[in-house]
Design a protein around this ligand. Structure first.
Ligand code: PLP
Ligand code: COI
Length: 355
């Protein structure tokens, strides 16, 4: 399929101060759009000027939440090259999310070509500063003009781009998180391992409550027993307990993070053991109490590697590693961003040049 390109005749001003970008507020000049009909399949792939989408008020997405999305980044490397980080993994995940939500799968090669073309066209928007990147947000939604609950017969796939700095206002500085013991995010058999909008909509209440108490995000427990650690609102979680690195095993309700996977592969390539297993709240509390919770960090595309400075469990607040970034967290941040920013070799072949 060809991709028609309609250039934006009125390109926007680029942000003057990249230090103030924050996350997800500024958008580039173009977006990718493509339609799908049952019968015809995907068609009308276009890059068009960035702008509003027009939706019928009965569109499936507005009533029944038929929506999935992805998040990945383009980086401007030290040598000026613009690259993507493991985009094939995001495309594979959006296709798994599509299957779960009854939406159509993308052709992986075409989806990658579309991402590269769009980023190449808006390449001037990839920021230059340390720690900045172009956040890429592909999403897909059903827009049938019909109120019946059924598989979508008309679907749109869109990709937008947003030059971004840190996800958290704190940057690489430690973030504070609290255990959420009332709401749950996901259960096995539900949509936890799909990246669908509904998971995030349902998490907003807990996130707001955490923010009111001064925490950046919540740490979710499993939805059945509320006994085991799952993940944070927008990142997976890892701990160093008594000298050993561990992270909750993927169980169907946790999002299989690409940053998580990359960190595990990085550690194992260096002969460092990293356990994927059930981690109970009791174990975590005991480790925080007896001083063996050496480090905790979240990992995700938007959040990169974010040290956890304070962890609230009920009324008790535990400070981890003196509230400072720990050595393992720092090493992982340096190694991962080193590969992404082209400051280190990429022995894994994770980097995909845009042109
Ligand atoms: N968990 C949740 C709920 C997320 O939203 C994200 C972000 O995408 C992650 C984990 C981390 O996934 P990834 O590393 O693929 O960005
Ligand atoms: C990401 O890390 O890409 C995310 O999707 C997190 C979030 C902003 C929902």
């Amino acid at each position: 399929m060809d991709i028609e390109i309609i250039r934006n005749p009125n390109p926007a001003e680029k942000p003057a101060d990249e230090g103030k970008l924050g996350f997800g507020r500024v958008f580039t000049d173009h977006m990718f759009v493509m339609d799908w009909n049952k019968g015809t399949g995907w068609h009308d792939a276009k890059i068009v000027p960035f702008g509003n989408l027009s939706l019928h008020p009965a569109s499936t997405v507005l009533h029944y939440g038929s929506e999935i999305f992805e998040g990945l980044k383009a980086y401007r490397q030290a040598n000026g090259k613009i690259v993507l980080f493991r985009p094939q993994e995001n495309i594979a995940r959006i296709n798994r999310s599509a299957i779960r939500m009854g939406l159509p799968e993308l052709d992986p090669d075409f989806a990658l070509e579309a991402l590269k073309k769009l980023v190449a066209l808006d390449a001037d928007w990839v920021p230059h500063g340390e720690g900045t990147s172009l956040y890429i947000r592909p999403f897909m939604f059903g827009d049938d003009e019909h109120l019946g609950v059924h598989g979508s017969r008309h679907v749109r796939y869109v990709v937008i781009l947003s030059p971004s700095g840190s996800y958290y206002a704190a940057g690489i500085n430690p973030v504070d998180i609290m255990i959420e013991d009332a709401d749950v995010r996901a259960v096995r058999g539900g949509t936890g391992e799909a990246k669908c909008g509904g998971n995030y909509g349902a998490s907003v209440r807990a996130g707001e409550r955490a923010e009111e108490r001064g925490y950046a995000q919540v740490l979710w427990l499993d939805g059945v027993e509320r006994k085991y650690i799952e993940e944070v609102g927008s990142m997976n979680i890892m701990f160093k307990i008594n000298g050993k690195i561990c992270t909750p095993a993927l169980n169907g309700s946790i999002l299989p993070g690409i940053t998580r996977k990359s960190i595990l592969e990085l550690l194992r390539s260096q002969g460092i053991e990293a356990e994927e297993r059930k981690i109970s709240l009791d174990e975590l509390t005991a480790a925080a109490e007896n001083g063996t919770l050496d480090e905790a960090w979240g990992c995700g595309t938007a959040a990169v590697v974010s040290p956890v400075g304070r962890l609230a469990i009920g009324e008790k607040i535990y400070t981890i590693n003196g509230g400072k970034i720990g050595p393992v967290t720092q090493k992982l941040y340096d190694e991962l961003t080193g590969i992404q920013w082209g400051k280190r070799d990429d022995p894994f072949g994770w980097i995909v040049p845009v042109v």
